[in-house]
Write a protein that binds this ligand. Structure first.
Ligand code: 26V
Length: 812
């Protein structure tokens, strides 16, 4: 099917043209203040104003939401279902207002009451229903699907507690629970009528050759909907989040009446735990029954909902692939294959092979990581205990898969070493499998699924990630967005390739100055927040050098902080030299049980303590690590950055999306040939990118060399001096042994090749400094980065999913 929709159409009819007048908006808001919130303007707190405002904005979302839903039914359109354990949404108020064309009127009306929009908006908690890149990608994709008019539902879990909050005590990460639902969530429409029982455990019985599953317990999945409006307000989709509710029979009233309160509530508490917390790891540590149950809970409720909706308009289940596309965001919902097969066979009397074929035609699987520890495997014992019928189906699929491999002496199996490999399962039950950058997809084909790939040539496709320019440019960086609109006109927001029209302006001194001013404004906005929120004052005239992302050894925050120490030592040796003042900005959380990642956080904070208090270097080097990095902090921090650190060991970062956000906001990248860095560099031009480090192939070779870490250290006096300072307790005077483990790793194993890449990184950082001393040159490069980042819009990614995987057309 061809893709007929052209995003440029949106420029003709934006919602801004039908936006309410200030008087209308004021009236609507005051009505909500009085009748929804129950306050008068005189009594209203910031919270009350935010509630009134959110309800007002939400009202404007309902019309496009209804009309999109109605049209999808009336025109009997194919729908996309995006199943994800994570949606890292962040705040919604400004995002929805921008997409509905209400931002300006909203700011104006608030000002009439003496209120600053920023102040009101700052109270909205982030919906932090995700760990990092995978969850944020799902949120960008939801917004782009709505913008592209792709009829779609996001399905996820309504975690009571999102990703933990992070603070530091003596430099160490402390986690506390996050509580976004503690106050009303104005975006939530509760749908008690949409509830499905999800069964767990129990027995299988044989009945005339058919398997009958009698689950031991059932938990109700109850729907909460949020409308997701596309840019221009012409289309809106639904994010449906499932909350776990005990089914009525779970509460034991007799026990309660007999005074045994705890026992009476126990089954209920257990049921609710399914949507209680988001798992804070971004890699599995194997066998976690609750996690598997959460995954099944999401998947089963969603698949039941999908079939219910399909059967409301159709009766032939074999035609499902014509009307339904289900995308699995990593393997977390990979039980969707067996679940769909089970429902078709056990509840709708479809024969097994037809059910497999139907399910496979409907399903697609996106792989987001190659890290072996992040590839999900569930023990057969646990599967049998929690999902006996699904295990039986997987065993049959395994047998069929082995047969497909003919005489292969060591066939790939879905079940091996008593474990179900969810990646192999997801592959066999999908018609398309995609990686998230060109390099990553190549590695998925060659390293992860070579056998599958030979059996099913063409099943693997690449869809390079993208980010939404509405949130990550228009919302986050209003000064740059305004400059772009003033220069090339509106419309780039939904047609990001138009940024290319900025290219000639790289040679225009007036434009370069204006770009410089917008960068300074973004820096002031960030530092203003940093001072108010964390009491940290930063010099405005410095190179802002940022690395913000989850803490992981492969992302090599360690390389960054070790170089920072080297830089500090150099400044101290020659304080009068012509140094470029730098602010090193770090942000990100470590999984609570990831010891090495937490140690690296502590090292960064220890280094900050020493360096920031050194009167000799203070004006030339600062290290800051604001705690609790998340979407809302990213919105302030990314526009302020000059330099983006994308320095993972080559071959290990599937794509990265922060790399795209930074470049789109005019930061230059220092990076390795990893993930989407490769494509970013191709697009912006090699001369506008600071490349360093071993390639994926060289990484493999280096790792195979005995003693490579020691050899690299022996070749770098600079790095040895750094490690010695750490070993002497320069940064941990009260505990000289704090970093023994880390130093030992550096000398003796260094799997992530920090030492091997150090000298080349140092060289590239030198180039960065030279280049930054020539503002004209730097600005020219930054402008060319912005102008050439159009490809990395999530609209482009979604267009590719629609044509290459989902076979669905835009309704616009
Ligand atoms: C695994 C697990 C295992 C169990 C506990 C919870 C949990 C949560 C997440 C994951 C998988 C993490 C994979 C991931 O986030 N990959 C990132 O995906 C981004 C979007 O494609 C991509 O840009 C990043 O490079 C990639 O690391």
């Amino acid at each position: 099917m061809s893709q007929s929709f052209d995003a440029r159409q949106l420029r003709e009819t934006t919602a801004a043209e039908s936006a309410p007048t200030p008087a209308q908006f004021r009236q609507a808001m005051l009505r909500h203040l009085q009748y929804t919130v129950g306050k008068s303007p005189q009594q209203a707190s910031l919270f009350d104003w935010r509630m009134a405002l959110s309800h007002t904005v939400r009202d404007y979302a309902v019309d496009p939401w209804f009309s999109a839903t109605r049209r999808t039914w009336d025109e009997d359109r194919k729908r996309v279902y995006y199943l994800s354990m994570e949606f890292l949404i962040g705040r919604l108020l400004e995002d929805q207002a921008i997409n509905l064309g209400l931002r300006d009127v909203m700011v104006q009306v608030l000002a009439e009451f003496g209120l600053s929009f920023d102040e009101v908006a700052e109270g909205e908690p982030d919906a932090a229903l995700g760990n990092g890149g995978l969850g944020r990608l799902a949120a960008c994709y939801l917004e782009s699907m709505a913008t592209m008019g792709c009829p779609a539902y996001g399905y996820g879990l309504r975690y009571e507690h999102g990703l933990f909050r992070q603070h530091f005590e003596n430099g160490r990460q402390i986690e506390t629970p996050e509580n976004w639902l503690a106050t009303d969530n104005p975006w939530d429409f509760t749908r008690p009528e949409a509830a499905y029982p999800v069964g767990f455990g129990g027995e299988l019985h044989d009945h005339d050759g058919a398997s009958i599953w009698s689950p031991r317990s059932k938990v109700l999945a109850s729907a909460h909907d949020t409308p997701v409006v596309g840019y221009g307000g012409q289309w809106a989709n639904t994010l449906r989040l499932w909350a776990a509710m005990p089914s009525a029979d779970l509460f034991n009233l007799d026990r309660f009446n007999a005074g045994d309160f705890a026992a009476a509530s126990e089954p209920e508490a257990l049921a609710r735990s399914l949507s209680r917390v988001l798992y804070p790891n971004d890699t599995t540590e194997g066998g976690k029954e609750l996690r598997l149950s959460q995954e099944y809970f999401l998947t089963s409720a969603s698949v039941q909902d999908i079939l219910r909706r399909y059967l409301a308009a159709h009766d032939d289940l074999l035609k499902l692939p014509e009307f339904v596309a289900i995308q699995m965001n990593d393997t977390h919902p990979a039980i969707a294959g067996p679940e769909l097969i089970r429902l078709l066979v056990d509840e709708h009397a479809v024969d097994f092979d037809t059910a497999v074929e139907t399910a496979t035609s409907v399903l697609g699987y996106t792989n987001h990581t190659l890290l072996p520890e992040a590839l999900e495997r569930w023990s057969v014992g646990l599967m049998r205990k929690v999902l006996p019928r699904h295990l039986q189906i997987i065993e049959t699929l395994d047998t069929q898969f082995i047969a497909l491999q003919g005489q292969a002496p060591n066939p790939v199996r879905l079940i091996s070493n008593d474990q179900v490999s969810m990646g192999d399962l997801a592959f066999t039950t999908s018609h398309k499998v995609n990686g998230v950058s060109a390099l990553h997809t190549e590695l998925v084909s060659q390293e992860l699924f070579p056998v599958h790939n030979e059996l099913h040539p063409g099943r693997i496709v690449n869809i390079t990630n993208g980010v939404t320019p509405r949130r990550w440019l228009k919302l986050a960086n209003p000064s740059l967005a305004a400059l772009i609109t003033d220069t090339i006109g509106a419309g780039w927001e939904s047609d990001l390739e138009r940024l290319r029209e900025l290219e000639p302006y790289a040679e225009d001194p007036a434009f370069r100055d204006a770009f410089g001013r917008s960068k300074r404004q973004a820096k002031e906005h960030f530092t203003g927040w940093l001072a108010a929120e964390h009491g940290i004052e930063l010099p405005a005239e410095a190179l802002y050098d940022a690395q913000v992302k989850r803490l992981h050894e492969y992302k090599r925050q360690l390389l960054n902080i070790l170089w920072t120490i080297a830089h500090w030592q150099r400044i101290k040796r020659d304080p009068q030299a012509n140094w470029v003042p730098r602010v090193k900005i770090f942000g990100g959380k470590a999984a609570p049980s990831y010891h090495m990642a937490k140690l690296i956080i502590q090292l960064i904070n220890d280094v900050a303590e020493v360096v920031n208090n050194d009167p000799e270097t203070r004006h030339l080097l600062r290290v800051v690590y604001p705690p609790n990095y998340g979407v809302s902090m990213a919105e302030k921090l990314i526009p302020a950055a000059d330099l983006s650190e994308q320095i993972s060991t080559a071959g290990m970062e599937a794509s990265g999306t922060g790399n795209m956000k930074f470049a789109l906001n005019g930061a230059l990248t220092i990076g390795t040939l990893d993930g989407a860095n490769v494509e970013i560099r191709e697009h912006v031009g090699a001369e506008n990118f600071f490349l360093f480090g071993l390639t994926t192939e060289q990484v493999g070779e280096r790792r195979a060399q005995q003693g490579h870490s020691r050899a690299a250290l022996e070749a770098s006096q600079t790095l040895r001096d750094v490690l010695q300072a750490i070993a002497e307790g320069t940064f941990s005077p009260e505990d000289h042994h704090r970093y023994d483990g880390l130093l030992e790793t550096m000398w003796n194993s260094d799997w992530f090749l920090v030492a091997s890449d150090f000298e080349d990184y140092d060289r590239a950082q030198g180039e960065v400094a030279d280049c930054y001393s020539d503002p004209e040159k730097w600005q020219r490069m930054a402008i060319l980065n912005i102008a050439r980042m159009g490809y990395f819009s999530s609209d482009r990614s979604i267009r590719e999913y629609m044509s290459q995987i989902w076979d669905v057309e835009s309704a616009l």
